[in-house]
Design a protein around this ligand. Structure first.
Ligand SMILES: Nc1ncnc2c1ncn2[C@@H]1O[C@H](COP(=O)(O)OP(=O)(O)OP(=O)(O)O)[C@@H](O)[C@H]1O
Ligand SMILES: [Mg+2]
Length: 298
């Protein structure tokens, strides 16, 4: 997929079920051509993680995923020494060489446990590396990542430098729960993924639920847009639009009237206080619209 143009990248991604907008297609194209990591930021559920998965499918590259969390350290992200195996080797002893030989032995690649970053660097086939939710880690972890991101290499004190031969495509995602360091941002291309435009979201919903009647799908994304415009704790994401569409399809809904909306709105709104706001502002609006439509014309 690396060959070709932005338009081609967009098409290939669509072919594997990801409808990228222009900026996402452009950055995906450049990431492969410039061999630079991409930092993808945006609210929850807008397709950040999915973009990495789609790139893996589109390029036929294996996806290696590092899921970040608070307290994640080098040993879990890069590599650690296999202490148990080292111990066994020590216990087995050396033939004549003594300790020196044993020491050389136990700090060889054989005794290394490769974690996702190391796996991506040493992989003989080019891979897609997803570093998911980097904002959950701390700044020290970010600092540690810099070497991997700018030079595609990892330095192991006992072994030396391990360099990547096949340059992974690297995607980092962040929900913006904290500001990332300038040093990290400088090394990355940047993509801000936001809630999509109405027509774009309609396409995504229809891709995931092709059997949902067009009118229902359109009304769904219109309502989702209305709900997002309210000041909610957690606005509905694309993930929720897709779930809602699936539910409506299962329920055989031919329209989203105020009753259907009331019964199913907990699929898209998941906070007690948000539910109240949405029921009042959107539910009532739908009810009023029906009232006007159904009212006898005098
Ligand atoms: N452009 C798109 N084309 C097709 N499907 C999409 C697109 N964007 C999002 N989706 C779908 O939306 C859902 C949510 O996407 P994803 O899990 O990637 O969100 P996220 O941004 O990583 O969210 P979080 O921040 O919560 O991890 C997925 O099921 C994905 O398939
Ligand atoms: Mg995600």
């Amino acid at each position: 997929m690396a060959e070709g143009s932005v338009a081609e990248t967009k098409e290939t991604l669509a072919g594997v079920g990801y409808l990228a907008d222009e900026p996402a297609a452009l950055v995906s194209f450049l990431a492969q051509r410039l061999e630079k990591p991409v930092l993808v930021e945006g609210p929850a559920g807008v397709g950040k993680t999915e973009l990495a998965k789609a790139l893996s499918r589109a390029t036929g590259r294996e996806l290696i995923r590092l899921q970040c969390y608070e307290g994640l350290d080098e040993a879990k992200a890069m590599y650690e020494w296999n202490y148990r195996k080292q111990l066994l080797r020590i216990q087995a002893g050396g033939d004549q060489g003594g300790w020196g030989e044993v020491q050389d032995d136990i700090f060889a690649a054989d005794f290394l446990l490769e974690r996702p970053l190391m796996q991506a660097i040493v992989s003989p086939e080019p891979v897609v590396l997803l570093i998911d939710e980097i904002d959950k880690t701390d700044q020290e972890f970010e600092a540690m990542l810099l070497e991997v991101l700018s030079d595609f290499q990892i330095s192991i004190p006992e072994l030396g430098r391990v360099e990547s031969k096949t340059h992974p495509v690297v995607l980092l995602t962040s929900n913006n729960s904290r500001e990332l360091t300038e040093a990290l941002k400088r090394r990355c291309l940047y993509l801000w993924l936001d809630y999509p435009e109405l027509e774009h979201e309609l396409e995504i919903v229809r891709l995931h639920s092709p059997d949902l009647p067009e009118t229902v799908a359109r009304k769904l994304v219109e309502i989702i847009g209305m709900v997002r415009a309210l000041d909610l704790k957690k606005p509905p994401s694309i993930a929720e639009s897709i779930d809602w569409a699936r539910a409506l399809l299962l329920l055989g809904a031919q329209d989203i009237d105020s009753d259907t909306f009331r019964d199913t709105m907990s699929i898209i709104v998941k906070h007690r206080t948000d539910l109240d706001v949405v029921a009042e502002r959107v539910g009532v609006k739908l009810g009023l619209a029906e009232g006007t439509l159904g009212a006898p014309s005098t």
